[in-house]
Write a protein that binds this ligand. Structure first.
Ligand code: ZN
Length: 320
């Protein structure tokens, strides 16, 4: 499993901080406990999360994937309000890259890219209402790092009008990005741009999945960490991306979507408002092959009491 592999790499590091990350990753999300609740009048059943543990390590494959789903859920929930206030808004997917660099320089390159993005965003000619942006880093065959920005851009539909001069083709994007980075445009490849069909909530929120990309794909990590240099590369990447935000929001999108770190509850895309009478506690285990949680048992009265006591202790600890 990807998470086990990453955990082993961290545990094999010579740096105390990274060994600690490996320890923290142990037991990331293997089981969940839910309360099964029933509405006294409608008799509807609802699940309320009682216990989950996610390690929140930046490069943990489990957490990266869950965070990504949670960003999509946030966007999906905000969609009706965005539509109400900006009924004609459209969305674009933009990918901006720079030439590949040494993994030891990733942090500096990401800082330059963020700075260039800010510059573009502050220009008077910037036609976009808001954005969601993230960094993804891949590794090429020679072992160089390839950092790129994925962005979802929100724009008024007049952007596409042929006579207003707001629309940008790929060459215009390349020019704009090169001038913001202060490099010759010939040193950059043409950015990838694609517009989402009008008012398609599913396509737009799927785009968030694409944009709120995990910093590094778990399957990629597996591919090149079999060797010693690959493992070192990964540990260096962890040092480089430390403390750098993975997802950034800008413009009017911040009015609708909360920019805080993703919580454990959101990692499970749970509805926080489940209420009703308590029926049972349910235990779910994570099945890596199926890639989802499956209910494996109903807790006994004794076990439920144990959880009650634990919960009470946690609450007391938190309030003292
Ligand atoms: Zn994790």
């Amino acid at each position: 499993m990807e998470a086990d592999l990453v955990q082993r790499i961290f545990l094999g590091s010579s740096e105390i901080r990274q060994i600690r990350l490996g320890e923290r990753m142990g037991g990331c999300g293997p089981y969940l406990i839910f309360k099964l609740l029933q509405d006294p009048t409608s008799k509807d059943l609802a699940h309320k999360l009682r216990y989950a543990h996610f390690c929140h390590v930046r490069l943990c494959p489990t957490c990266m994937w869950r965070r990504c789903l949670a960003w999509r859920a946030r966007f999906y929930q905000a969609w009706p309000n965005i539509q109400k206030e900006y009924p004609t808004a459209r969305y674009l997917h933009l990918v901006l890259t720079v030439p590949n660099c040494y993994v030891e320089n990733v942090r500096d390159v990401m800082t330059q890219m963020s700075e260039a993005w800010r510059k573009m965003h502050n220009r008077r000619t910037w036609p976009f209402l808001g954005f969601i942006r993230s960094f993804e880093i891949t590794r090429d065959k020679k072992g160089l790092a390839h950092p790129h920005i994925h962005a979802l851009l929100m724009v008024e539909s007049k952007y596409f009008a042929t006579d207003l001069g707001l629309y940008r083709n790929r060459e215009m994007w390349r020019k704009e990005w090169a001038s913001a980075l202060n490099v010759p445009k010939e040193s950059l490849i043409h950015p990838y741009v694609r517009a989402v069909r009008e008012k398609d909530r599913k396509a737009s929120s799927d785009l968030v999945l694409e944009v709120a990309k995990y910093t590094m794909k778990g399957s990629d990590i597996i591919k090149w960490t079999r060797t010693g240099p690959g493992k070192e590369w990964f540990l260096e990447l962890d040092r480089q991306v430390r403390g750098i935000r993975s997802v950034t929001l800008g413009g009017v999108i911040r009015k609708f979507i909360n920019e805080d770190e993703i919580s454990d509850l959101e990692m499970l895309e749970q509805d926080k408002v489940a209420t009703g009478d308590f029926l049972n506690d349910l235990h779910y285990d994570w099945f890596p092959k199926e890639k989802h949680y499956i209910r494996t048992k109903v807790l006994s009265v004794v076990e439920s009491e144990w959880w009650n006591r634990r919960e009470k202790e946690w609450t007391e600890k938190r309030s003292s």
